[in-house]
Design a binder for this molecule. Structure first.
Ligand code: KIV
Length: 278
């Protein structure tokens, strides 16, 4: 990769062109500092509505609003230079009609500077995806386990194990790809289904809990870094233990403050030569 390539912003078209090539590296980001840390390494950053659970302590993603997504999307777009930034449309902002979805997408694209939106759903969202892409909105689709439908799914259950589910997931993926999605997130499906879907469709599949058969991978960054309060489902591999590091650092700070070891002379303006603490 040349120096110029490193700074060229990846677009939805670049991501689509990676079908069957080098796997696409994706992670979630909600803030500018995290975007800065991820940008040199990832192809796509998703400002996921998981922000509601990860940063706001919500039980599900259903309480996330378009204004929350817009604020976090803008922060991530400001903090990144190269990755394609995709913002989730939150529950209730797009399911009613293609026009509602366009209004939500227009707000997100206009106010964040991001490059595409993501929405959940299969065949039932195909018309909406067609409507958006025909009007200039690149769409990342999301099938399989769709967390915004947790109430009808009755929990976060692995998809593709029960009869009928395999064909439904394959049909969903084909429908959203045919409608114009530039890539499809497949979440929480058994490996056999991920393989079939990846073979079935002409755009990249991006897996989360869907095996290495997919054209790319995504994880919630806080989960793979083991942030305090993060989740560790079977499909998450931990690449750091930030929870442990933060605990040790804060314990050290608390001990230093209580023992008056902090602040020491290196952290004081014009330290008194006779010493600080009485
Ligand atoms: O909201 C999110 O972070 C997501 C990913 C987990 C795919 O949808």
């Amino acid at each position: 990769m040349s120096g110029t390539d490193r700074l060229r912003r990846l677009t939805a078209r670049d991501i689509a062109a990676r079908k069957g090539a080098t796997p696409i590296v994706c992670l979630t980001a909600y803030t500018a500092p995290m975007a800065r840390a991820l940008d040199p390494h990832v192809d796509l950053m998703l400002v996921g509505d998981s922000v509601g659970m990860v940063l706001y302590g919500m039980e599900t993603t259903l309480g996330v609003t378009l204004d929350m997504m817009t604020a976090h999307g803008a922060a991530v777009a400001r903090g990144s230079q190269r990755a394609c930034v995709v913002v989730d449309l939150p529950f209730g902002s797009y399911q009613e009609s293609p026009r509602q979805a366009f209004a939500a997408s227009a707000q997100v694209l206009r106010e964040t500077g991001c490059h595409a939106v993501k929405l959940e759903g299969g065949a039932e969202m195909a018309d909406t995806i067609g409507f958006l892409t025909a009007r200039g909105v690149p769409v990342l689709a999301h099938v399989g386990l769709t967390p915004q439908s947790v109430q009808v799914m009755g929990g976060y259950r692995t998809q593709g194990r029960e009869s009928g589910e395999v064909e439904r997931i394959r049909e969903d993926a084909r429908a959203v790809a045919d409608a114009g999605a530039f890539a499809v997130v497949i979440e929480g499906v058994v490996e056999r289904v991920a393989k079939q879907v990846t073979r079935d469709i002409g755009v990249p599949t991006i897996g989360i809990g869907a095996s290495a058969a997919c054209d790319g991978q995504i994880l919630v960054t806080e989960d793979m870094l083991a942030f305090p309060g993060s989740r560790k489902p079977k499909f998450v591999k931990r690449y750091a233990d930030l929870s442990g590091e933060i605990d040790a650092a804060v314990r050290g700070y608390a001990e230093d403050v209580r023992a008056r070891r902090f602040p020491d002379t290196a952290h004081v303006f014009d330290p008194d030569p006779e010493g600080g603490a009485e």
